[in-house]
Design a protein around this ligand. Structure first.
Ligand SMILES: [Fe+2]
Ligand SMILES: [Fe+2]
Length: 309
């Protein structure tokens, strides 16, 4: 019989694992059942039934545990948006996206559609919270934070140009997932603290196509609908972008490319570059518009959407 494999779980996720068996390690290294299925994990339980070190789940429960955590974080997010706690909102969003990016090929992206919907709905009632998300300081600038910021800016844009709720949801999801292909780019390249070689840059340039490939593994229509935007977010109107060098870019791809660029340059995304002030970033984007890289109308609407509260 194949020996079951176990994975350590994060303590902050335990409260969501009601329907998942938890295990603890004995001093001799054996794994024994800590809590059966159907029983919630509580802090009371932890004090009455203390465990040394970590708790584990079976490897085969990994997907179920990701879904359970995402569901919990999505509920937390609804609550945090309502209570207008900016730090908590970012925390919940980061947790969902981190969890998702840990298994994008095995179904982990499904929960993102609901996350995007929660943010879109949240924007209509608590606009300030979502708008201010991009303004709060963070110490670790990662693909997760970048994707959340791009989504928040996208939702603001869609409201400004009065897109329907359906389109807003779709484009918010595209924003959240636009860099999902980066999960398969080696970390040494992605996080390199130096200027990249041409070869390394070519590797990074594969991420839109990898992203589309990941999304193609899904049958859900809402996830499939974001594929064009994801694959086109680095294309340019004059055909000098990548991966396909096309000039005929979808509406979502056009605005996603602008917001993606704005978000990246206003943050310190590479240690050897410094972040630009929003106004300078807009000036830079305007120059790119004048060089036929970005769409003029999308750009000017985006610039206005930043100013409106
Ligand atoms: Fe990208
Ligand atoms: Fe990006």
């Amino acid at each position: 019989m194949r020996k079951p494999k176990y994975i350590v779980v994060r303590r902050s996720h335990l409260k969501y694992y009601t329907d998942i068996e938890l295990f603890y390690k004995t001093q001799s290294g054996n794994l024994l059942l800590y809590k059966p299925k159907g029983m919630p994990f509580t802090e009371d339980m932890a004090s009455s039934k203390p465990f040394l070190g970590d708790l584990y789940i079976r490897e085969e429960d990994k997907m179920a545990s990701i879904e359970a955590a995402q569901k919990g974080f999505n509920e937390q997010l609804v609550h945090d948006i309502r209570s207008k706690d900016l730090t908590e909102v970012r925390e919940a969003l980061s947790s969902i996206v981190d969890e998702t990016l840990s298994a994008p090929r095995s179904g982990g992206l499904r929960a993102m559609s609901q996350t995007a919907q929660v943010v879109v709905t949240g924007f209509s009632t608590q606009t300030g919270i979502i708008k201010n998300l991009v303004r709060i300081a963070f110490s670790d600038y990662t693909t997760t934070i970048h994707s959340i910021n791009v989504m928040a800016l996208m939702v603001g844009y869609c409201y400004y140009v009065k897109k329907s709720e359906k389109v807003t949801h779709q484009w918010a999801l595209a924003a959240l997932l636009h860099d999902v292909g980066k999960t398969e780019i080696p970390k040494e390249i992605l996080n390199a603290q130096r200027v990249l070689s041409n070869e390394e840059f070519e590797t990074i340039k594969k991420h839109p196509a990898i992203g589309a490939d990941i999304l193609n593994g899904y049958t859900e229509q809402d996830i499939r609908s974001v594929i064009p935007g994801v694959v086109e977010h680095h294309e340019k109107l004059d055909g000098t972008g990548y991966p396909n060098g096309i000039a005929n870019i979808s509406e979502c791809g056009k605005i996603l490319g602008i917001i993606d660029c704005y978000e990246a340059i206003t943050n310190d995304d590479r240690p050897y570059r410094s972040a630009m002030e929003p106004l300078n970033a807009l000036k830079y984007l305007k120059e790119e518009v004048d060089k036929d890289k970005f769409d003029r109308e999308s750009f000017s609407n985006f610039a206005y959407s930043l100013a409106v509260h």
